[in-house]
Design a binder for this molecule. Structure first.
Ligand SMILES: C[S@@+](CC[C@H](N)C(=O)[O-])C[C@H]1O[C@@H](n2cnc3c(N)ncnc32)[C@H](O)[C@@H]1O
Length: 245
């Protein structure tokens, strides 16, 4: 696909270069809460962590507000875009690599971590292993901020019947999509499999298994954040905040 033919997605989505979906252009409620935590004076300039930062929608805002942050992404092209506004230095460190295997931080060294729309690309067990690792990096009482799309998401609405059937059958990972046939044709070229859609049960399972207690869980209506054909019924995304216990 050449640059001229890249769809604009109502200026709400910026495609990733590695088929990992899209970065949002507007800061949503979950990311806003993460930013408030990351810049809170109680953390005395401790670093926060933005996992799957892409072109830096959250990272840039933390830096604009005077916070310190590790920006992680598998793709260095994404992180390089942040350098148009902020250079690596005292308050910003780039961590290029797969959070599952390549990234290592000291124990009890970060205040909070954001996983905005990144666990979609993980199998269930990988989510738990990754959260256990991040649990060690967080200070006591440190928080994770996690958001993901649900099966009630316009882009994959063809998947809803299979998801609902799997729920009835107590499938262990009912939101796991392993075929691009469930995607609308306009979005499929921008996505690599698997794609893991989240529901409340999955949020509680991964948090509990990795040693976190959920303090807040809510759906996010994506009107104004996602293009029209990615909307469904106001339950497009689910978010939770959880604390290290
Ligand atoms: C859907 S985008 C989300 C971007 C941004 N956080 C947002 O909410 O708009 C997912 C991003 O996560 C990154 N990513 C996917 N898997 C990753 C992994 N295992 N480790 C680090 N980054 C990853 C991708 O490169 C991509 O930039």
């Amino acid at each position: 696909m050449n640059t001229l033919s890249i769809p604009k997605f109502e200026n709400l989505y910026i495609p990733t270069v590695n088929k990992k979906g899209f970065m949002l252009t507007n800061i949503d409620a979950l990311t806003r809460l993460f930013i408030d935590e990351a810049i809170h004076p109680k953390h005395h300039s401790l670093f926060s962590l933005d996992v799957g930062a892409a072109y830096g929608i959250a990272t840039r805002e933390v830096l604009r507000k005077g916070g310190s942050i590790f920006a992680n992404d598998t793709d260095p092209t994404h992180l390089a875009a942040i350098e148009s506004e902020f250079l690596e230095g005292k308050n910003l460190k780039f961590l290029v690599g797969d959070i599952r295997h390549d990234i290592h931080l000291p124990i009890s060294s970060i205040s909070c971590a954001l996983f905005s729309r990144v666990f979609h690309f993980f199998y269930g067990e990988e989510i738990i292993t990754c959260l256990k690792k991040v649990h060690q990096w967080l200070i006591p009482g440190g928080k994770i901020f996690v958001s993901n799309e649900t099966p009630y998401f316009g882009t994959t609405k063809r998947f809803i019947p299979l998801y609902e059937q799997r729920k009835k059958n107590n499938h262990p990972w009912p939101g796991l999509i392993e075929s691009l046939d469930y995607f609308c044709p306009e979005k499929a070229p921008f996505v690599d499999l698997p794609v893991h859609l989240f529901d409340e049960d999955l949020c509680y399972t991964v948090a509990k298994e990795s040693g976190f207690t959920i303090t807040d869980l809510f759906y996010m209506n994506r009107n104004g954040f996602f293009p029209e054909n990615a909307l469904y019924d106001g339950r497009e995304s689910i978010a939770f905040i959880a604390q290290k216990t």
